[in-house]
Design a protein around this ligand. Structure first.
Ligand code: HDL
Ligand code: ZN
Length: 436
């Protein structure tokens, strides 16, 4: 067993190396300021959310404020009838003034405030509002990325969004920002074909409501058009727990037609990975809006069927159910084109990041992407990455202690190589073709 000092020295070395490693954050809901930002005075609906009101309006806090007030008269209708500032005031009072922060999101917000040099226990939000309002957007983005040590923010770009689509159709040339990368997110094509086919027809793609091969050709044309328009690093699709790719007794699932005859041919031609985000049960409580999504355990055999059929396509995969994680790791051991990524959403908590990262290191070595922030509000990058770096570093150091105990010799260069793989090149190596 390495001596205590060796173990402490090793942990400190990992902490220092992982802290210095610039992050490529491969999945966020952040946008370049050119898309329109909170408080930019444009009057447009902001895409880049920032500042104290948006931080407190985060849908994680919606769930949590209803945990406290939901049985004492607060209803979704009443909550959503409030303006943003009133919702933020209610969250602050309920979750931060009347009780200490304990949840992941609450502790994270405190970390954001203190990391920005702000006193974390003000009675009201006025002081914070003034501070954020005084920050110029572009330099604030730079400052937050510097504090979080994030070198590139990968967006989630949605052609089926009525807010985002017009920006691309009318202002594509002005949207580019070297700090941000694009992703083509196409959930409706696979899981909401009725809505998707109707929108496709409005846009001039001859897609019929029935899930026919002819529609697949039109979906392929749609994908080619948007890949050319936004130059994505990968194509992404979130899938419900009931996602089926394999043929059933009722015939071939729609998802199979769309994957086999549109999505896979498109990503093959453009050299893109596909990110599958599996297990979100949308709108289990619709009145909660974005806070209304739940989760369910998915069938990993459906993913395996895709990976087995398309060994030349890389599937970046994150699953939302904790119960799917071990199966996903074993599937990734069988199929090198399955690359697990991130501790997604309800798994992005200290205990789950620790459990998932240890499981993945034990079964996959360093051949996965341990984390993405999923940040929706700019300043969340600070707490999400500070927490994840700490835990991923601790898990990695524990593996090194086991290896040294077995007789391995591990150098600083070895550690730097592993950390760069985990936090940068395992992802950038997959998308380099897309961004060359
Ligand atoms: O579908 C997704 O990309 C999820 O991350 C959802 O956006 C979810 O609402 C979320 O923000 N999770 O962190
Ligand atoms: Zn997300």
């Amino acid at each position: 067993m390495p001596s205590a000092t060796t173990k402490e020295q090793l942990q400190e070395t990992v902490r220092s190396i992982i802290g210095a490693q610039p992050i490529v954050d491969m999945h966020t809901h952040l946008y370049a300021p050119s898309f329109g930002a909170s408080g930019d005075g444009s009057g447009r609906e902001p895409m880049l959310l920032r500042g104290i009101d948006e931080l407190l309006a985060y849908h994680y806090f919606v769930d949590e404020v209803f945990r406290v007030l939901g049985r004492d008269g607060l209803t979704p209708d009443r909550f959503w009838s409030m303006p943003l500032s009133e919702r933020a005031d209610l969250v602050w009072k309920t979750l931060f003034v009347e009780r200490p922060p304990t949840s992941e999101a609450c502790v994270g917000l405190i970390d954001v405030l203190t990391s920005l040099g702000l006193e974390p226990r003000a009675a009201t939000l006025e002081g914070y509002r003034g501070w954020f309002a005084a920050r110029s957007i572009d330099s604030h983005v730079d400052e937050v990325m510097r504090i979080a040590n994030v070198q590139r923010i990968v967006m989630t770009n949605e052609p089926f969004s009525d807010v985002e689509r017009p920006l691309w159709l009318e202002h594509a040339a002005s949207l580019g920002d070297p700090r941000f990368a694009t992703v083509l997110r196409v959930d409706p094509l696979v899981e909401e074909w009725g809505r998707a086919s109707s929108m496709l027809r409005q846009w001039g793609y001859d897609a019929t409501a029935s899930e026919s091969m002819q529609s697949a050709d039109q979906v392929r044309r749609f994908l080619d058009d948007w890949i050319a328009r936004i130059q994505p690093e990968y194509l992404a699709c979130s899938l419900s727990p009931g996602f089926r790719y394999e043929r059933t007794t009722e015939g071939e699932p729609h998802a199979a037609v769309t994957f086999d005859h549109a999505i896979i041919p498109a990503v093959r031609e453009h050299g893109l990975p596909v990110a599958l985000m599996i297990g979100a049960k949308r709108a289990v409580h619709p009145a909660m809006q974005l806070a209304g999504d739940g989760l369910g355990r998915a069938d990993v055999d459906q993913l395996i069927a895709l990976a087995r059929r398309y060994p030349d396509v890389t599937f970046l995969v994150t699953m939302l159910s904790r119960e799917n994680q071990h199966e996903l790791c074993v599937a990734a051991r069988k199929f090198a084109n399955i690359v697990p990524f991130g501790c997604w959403w309800y798994l992005n908590t200290a205990s789950q990041i620790q459990e998932l990262t240890t499981l993945r290191l034990e079964l996959l070595g360093t051949s996965f992407v341990p984390q993405h922030s999923d940040a929706r509000v700019l300043e969340q990058l600070i707490y999400k990455w500070k927490s994840s770096r700490k835990i991923i570093g601790e898990c990695l150091a524990d593996r090194y202690v086991q290896a040294i105990d077995a007789g391995a010799v591990i150098s600083e260069a070895d550690i730097r190589g592993d950390v760069a793989r985990l936090l940068e090149t395992n992802y950038t190596g997959l998308v380099s073709r897309a961004i060359s």
